[in-house]
Design a protein around this ligand. Structure first.
Ligand code: UDP
Length: 336
């Protein structure tokens, strides 16, 4: 299939482009590199030995996007391009609503106009907020969003559902990501945080590399086994693969709306991540215990039964693999 991948040079996007090629599909990248780097394209080509077509376009530019749809006539879209920093979204909500929602409505309008039937959308486990029962299934009720970023994911899901109900033949797959970490095992592509990382694993790798003085563990007085928060960390290549299975499934259908949790189904504490990183990479990590971070959910991990059963998807990589690959990527980046 020919698949447009918006945000295809980004962290999850670039790994998904690689997996699409490995499964015989033809990805077309749309990215304007505001949160990614163009050199990732040549890295994708190096990994896959394939030339990849790309457009430097903002998904909020309807006319430019229209031209790409007209020229490419894709079979489907995987839509990653969006802002994702929770804290920034609190300070600049309009930036988030403008970008994340306009790009989505543009894409849906163009799916109507050019008769493209299939879309996979990046959602997040943030839609569950503080869930009453862990692990969360897709039926766990959504909680009111705690940030404008989280709200763009909830509203995005709602827009897609309304769009689905109003159309005769559109297929939609909403993937609710847990915590993507790691990097491609080749060490050629990975996460490229801009400025100080907000997320745990890039902060750890930058600390181990000496770029940051120390990691602050945000709180060790939660009601968990070691007092630190629990998350479901998933290797980015496993997450990427879920997109391929999701679009391959809906492309065979007519009028289908799927929602899947994409996580490994294992809850891991912050200190367990730190210890595992130290162990697999034989690296001591400087860390201190700090205050709780505002807005952090104590514990969330997925029940992934639905995606395992319906898509026959299974995570192949462990937490150890992911932390080894993340460190390998960090070291390679420094040496380049
Ligand atoms: N965390 C931390 N120190 C950091 C960054 C994150 O202790 O510098 C913790 C954070 O409190 C949470 C977990 O690591 O419990 C994962 O945070 P991240 O920002 O990576 O993902 P989130 O689950 O918040 O989206």
């Amino acid at each position: 299939m020919k698949i447009i991948v918006t945000g295809g040079a980004g962290f999850i996007g670039s790994h998904t482009v690689v997996e699409l090629i490995e499964r015989g599909h033809t990805p077309i990248i749309i990215d304007d590199y505001r949160n990614s780097k163009p050199f990732i394209l040549s890295r994708i080509e190096e990994i896959t030995n394939t030339t990849v077509k790309s457009y430097n376009i903002d998904c909020c530019s309807f006319d430019k996007l229209d031209k790409v749809f007209k020229e490419e006539q894709p079979d489907g879209i995987i839509h990653f391009a969006a802002y994702k920093a929770v804290g920034e979204s609190v300070n600049q909500p309009l930036k988030y609503y403008n970008n994340n929602l306009n790009s989505l409505t543009n894409i849906l309008s163009l799916m109507q106009k050019h008769k493209v039937d299939n879309i996979v959308f990046s959602s997040s486990c943030t839609v569950y907020g503080t869930a009453e029962k862990i692990p969360v299934t897709e039926k766990t009720p959504r909680k009111p969003a705690e940030s404008p970023y989280g709200n763009t994911k909830q509203v995005g899901e709602d827009i897609l559902t309304d769009f689905f109900n109003s159309e005769h033949d559109k297929n939609i797959s909403i993937l609710r990501y847990f915590n993507p970490i790691g990097a491609h095992p080749s060490g050629l592509i990975g996460e490229l945080p801009i400025g100080t990382p907000n997320n745990l694993v890039p902060y750890i790798t930058q600390t181990a590399a000496g770029i940051r003085k120390e990691l602050t563990v945000f709180g060790d007085d939660y009601t968990t086994k070691d007092g630190t928060c629990i998350r479901d960390y998933i290797h980015v290549v496993d997450l990427a693969t879920a997109h391929i299975y999701a679009i391959e499934k809906i492309a065979k259908q007519s009028k289908q709306l799927d929602i899947y949790n994409v996580g490994v189904g294992i809850g891991t504490t912050v200190l367990e991540v730190v210890q595992t990183f130290e162990e697999v990479n034989n690296q001591k990590l400087n860390y201190i215990i700090g205050n709780r971070r505002a807005g952090d959910v104590v514990e969330i991990y997925s029940d992934n039964t639905k995606i395992v059963e319906e898509l026959n998807w299974k995570p192949k990589y462990s937490l150890k693999d992911a932390l080894r690959d993340a460190w390998n990527w960090q070291k390679k980046m420094q040496n380049d």
